[in-house]
Ligand binder design. Structure first.
Ligand code: DQA
Length: 141
């Protein structure tokens, strides 16, 4: 099974970015743990701070990924174009947020992407990504 993890803006700074909210682990380190924990899953990783590049990458996943774990960062709350891309590609997507977006500022409580996804995981830290991979392992044979 091929799972693409896609992270949006500012998530390249995980580890040093607001650690009280996002934790102290960087994502490369977490990816290494994830690959060790799920050796049977082919996990790719892409991060961009640019909306159009994220859309291009979602398009590029067609035929190459069986499932996508998407943390669109702040674009979650602003981007109809990313939501349209999720709807367009025909690949199941699970939305992940490291922090509990429903417990934060009001503008974080809206996700344009959520309705186009299989489901959303929010507030469980980096382990949200592992839970999303586990969902795909259970749902895709
Ligand atoms: C985030 C939550 C967003 O509101 C924020 O803009 C991020 C990270 C999260 O993982 O908790 O960049 O998606």
């Amino acid at each position: 099974m091929r799972i693409a993890i896609v992270n949006g803006p500012n998530l390249n700074l995980l580890g040093t970015r607001e650690p009280a909210i996002y934790g102290a682990q960087n994502f490369d380190g977490y990816m290494a743990t994830l690959r060790t924990r799920f050796p049977q899953v082919e996990v790719s990783y892409y991060q961009s701070n640019v909306e159009g590049l994220l859309i291009d990458h979602l398009h590029a996943c067609i035929g190459k990924a069986d499932g996508i774990v998407l943390n669109a960062g702040a674009y979650t709350h602003t981007s109809i174009a990313l939501a349209d891309a999720v709807a367009a590609i025909g690949i199941p997507v699970v939305e992940v947020h490291i922090s509990n977006v429903l417990a934060r500022e009001d503008y974080r409580k809206t996700s344009f992407i959520a309705a186009k996804c299989k489901g959303s995981i929010s507030g469980l830290g980096l382990e949200g990504y592992a839970l999303a991979v586990q969902y795909f392992m259970l749902s895709i044979s």
